[in-house]
Design a protein around this ligand. Sequence first.
Ligand code: GLN
Length: 563
Amino acid sequence: MPREVLNSIKVHSVKFNPMRTKYIFVTGGVISTLGKGITTSAIATLLESKGYKVTCVKCDAYVNIDAGTMNPTEHGEVFVTSDGVETDQDVGNYERFLHRSLSRVNYLTTGQVYQKVIERERNLEYGGRCVEVVPHVPEEVIRRLKEAAKRDDADIVIAEIGGTVGEYQNVLFLEADRLLKRESPDDVINMHVSYLPIPKSVGEMKSKPVQYSIRTLQSTGIQPEFVIARAERSLDDKRKEKIAVFGNVSYENIISNPDVASIYEIPLLFASDHLAEKIVKALRMPKASSSSRFGLTKWEHLARRIKNVRTPVRVGIVGKYFDTGEFILEDSYISVIEAIKHAAWRLNRKPEVQWLDSQEFETSSRALAKLNNFHAIIVPGGFGSRGVLGKIRAIEYARRRKIPYLGLCYGMQLAVVEFARNVLGKPRAHTEEIDSKTSDPVIHILPEQKQLMAKKQYGASMRLGSYECALTNGSLARSLYKKSVIHERHRHRYELNNKYREELENRGMSISGVNRERNLAEIVELKNHPFFVGVQFHPEFQSRPLEPHPLFLGLVKAGDGRV
Ligand code: GLN
């Protein structure tokens, strides 16, 4: 049946969606860390602003089943979805741009694909045939992309292939891309994100590396329809012409993607190049049937505000970082940084985030005085013993000096340890994670975690994903969230020991959020303090640029005018 006829069919009140799912594959060339994830997210935002329903899938080449077992200083932040999957930080970017929660279908690794293929083979699902890397492995990738389309009811799936073309690692995803295009040529397009350097000695932008990376992509049987040209500056006609001619790409589909002040400008940048219209044309898509949740106007306002904010809000993040290098540092806590920015912009403040090495506070009390220069202090999530004493000292300083403090997961647990030591008078109080024999385990292991640890079952075994939390009437948390029941995402093995709850509350540390199902303390706060809140969960995962998180808003507001 021709598509026009299909389009006109309306079955009573049932929504009839005749549009076939379309797929955009995003590959990278020349160098890694080009911002493919941001490009993918920005394109999704732009297409959604036109009324299409878009979902994104990160295809990670690692053999790991998920990102939970990867060291964040090597791989970046582990982003947790509400259904409890430990994913790549790009899934966080997708959520922040789409303003929607994603799930397990949006994250795919080589490990997951092989695991499934092997499982199917064991279950005789291949009917006695030899199971081969090609086609069975890429077929599994395609099945997963289709599952994502179905689960998210998407008109368009954008599959971001991790790494760069030419790596052995991501060949199976490229093969899936090629096979899907072969199966439905009208429904699949390729976007190649590549890089044009401006070597200092030459002083001019060079297009040859992009030409090479397109060639490499072509050698896998894939012809990109679009090239997203990352560079310090916008491309001139000459470079576009060269890429078009040598890469076999139409001139208008070479899209400039220069460095910009904020990533949230990129959907607007692409809009000015009419990228959505070009994609719709290339995919032969009918007009979107629904109106968009977010038009671009809200993004325009945000971009303007980001450019105009002047009054700074300085937030110090206390962690154990200094042997990792700055770039990775930012990546390891990207959701925390973004959450600070979202809240600051909303309150017309210019966010300034500074890293504070907790180990410095262990050796020098003078270093602590630095904390006075900040509007607010955060101790983010973490694991292990390094730098813990320094974090506890910083928390003590923030508590006594009344510096607004937000503790995220480990930052909440260590706030309880500090309070137990210095207010309850239990100098040996600790978390069992660091001192399993402490006489005062104010933070102790969750019972099921004890068994898992004994069996060495580490993968995807923490308390993960979204759980309900009831807020206490009259608490700061209750007034910030403006509701009595919330859902927040978790990633931890330890929790506040209920044996100490009464004592803590009697001395001024109130439990203002509880998971009623298991009677777990999820939020602690102090009364005689402008803002001292510790949360067992990770609110940063749910903060979005156009919908900042109430706790971060509360923190930034509390710090206003402090220094
Ligand atoms: N290490 C702590 C735990 O496992 C905190 C984890 C975190 O900060 N995400 O409970």
